[in-house]
Design a protein around this ligand. Structure first.
Ligand code: FDA
Length: 303
């Protein structure tokens, strides 16, 4: 109840106050902020994935602006040799306005990424986007097999069959690359697992499928149980370091993150930045009010 109430009143709070607790989770407003945060993480042996924050868009002009911003960022980050790659939400490229334009913009960005020998991952959004995002990934993967990946959400009942359906794209010299996360959107029970333990079980079953089928796994979680179980699976199945990495969000569970790095596993942090941080923070909190409790903790506990 309290979480929901706080999440609802957040958009009416002063921007400066929201920034006090958002800054732990967002690198800043500018490309320089994103670069600085990424370089600091690189110095700690952690790679990054850069996400430019975009609000919900209403026109293709806005989508084009977002695409151009990605092109600029890819040039800057690769020129400066940041150890990392890029993450992108297709709705910020107009997925829900014009699918063809969105695909063409995505393709242009992936083409640049490929020319820089880098990598772009398509974030997975809410359930209305899943089929479209899988289709676009399939097409892009056929053209740029080493330079594009996708996110799958363990809370979706369909994820195991999506994995099976995409297995035909896998190959030994370019393993298909998935980020596996729990899923952040509020989805109905008929399509998504709601029970905490069921989501965990599904997460591990999906991960096992990826390893059994020699897919590259980005294990994206801050859930200590899942981290420990994933590590056990890696050991028992003798998975080489070249076939997986752990991933976490900027500012979340830094101690757990460091302990994974210290054990020698590859770690990547999702670094969001951009002028739209305010809308991003408040929207995310409304989508998942439980996160309000973490934000409130961050308000009182420093470091
Ligand atoms: P869970 O929510 O159970 O959290 C486990 C513990 O982590 C908590 O008990 C708490 O201690 C800590 N924690 C979690 N979130 C925190 C926070 N915000 N602040 C402080 N502590 C926190 N989702 C999606 O639908 N599509 C996507 O493309 C992505 N992409 C993505 C990339 C990466 C790198 C990560 C790590 C996550 C995503 N997600 C995502 C979000 C994901 O689906 C999920 O909502 C969150 O990671 C939270 O789930 P956990 O597995 O961390 O477990």
């Amino acid at each position: 109840m309290l979480n929901k109430l706080i999440a609802n009143i957040l958009p009416y709070m002063p921007k400066k106050l929201i920034w006090v607790f958002s800054k732990r989770y967002i690198a800043g407003e500018t490309i320089e902020d994103g670069l600085l945060a990424s370089k600091l993480l690189n110095e700690k042996g952690i790679e990054v994935t850069i996400d430019i924050l975009g609000e919900f868009i209403h026109s293709i002009d806005e989508a084009e602006k977002n695409k151009n911003e990605y092109l600029e960022v890819i040039e800057r980050f690769t020129d400066e040799n940041v150890k990392g790659n890029f993450s992108l939400k297709p709705t910020s490229f107009g997925l829900l306005i014009d699918q063809e334009v969105c695909y063409n913009y995505l393709r242009e960005v992936v083409e640049l990424v490929a020319s820089k020998n880098s990598f772009l991952r398509i974030d997975m959004e809410d359930s209305q986007c899943v089929d479209m995002e899988i289709d676009m990934f399939r097409k892009l993967r056929q053209e740029f097999p080493k330079h594009v990946g996708l996110v799958l959400q363990a809370y979706m009942r369909r994820t195991k069959s999506d994995l099976e359906g995409l297995n035909d794209l896998n190959s030994e010299n370019a393993p298909i690359s998935f980020r596996l996360c729990k899923g952040i959107y509020v989805e109905p029970e008929n399509i998504a697992f709601k029970d905490f333990h069921e989501v965990q079980e599904n997460f591990l079953a999906d991960l096992k499928y990826m390893f059994e089928n020699k897919m590259y796994a980005g294990i994206a979680t801050h859930d200590k149980y899942l981290v420990d179980e994933s590590k056990k699976m890696i050991q028992e199945m003798n998975i080489p370091k070249s076939m997986y990495e752990f991933q976490m969000l900027y500012g979340v569970t830094p101690e757990l993150r460091q302990s994974i790095v210290d054990e020698g596993h590859r770690m990547r942090v999702y670094v969001p930045y951009g002028k739209q941080w305010f809308g991003y923070s408040t929207r995310r909190l409304k989508e998942n009010p439980k996160m309000a409790q973490h934000i409130i903790k961050a308000l009182f506990i420093r470091g």
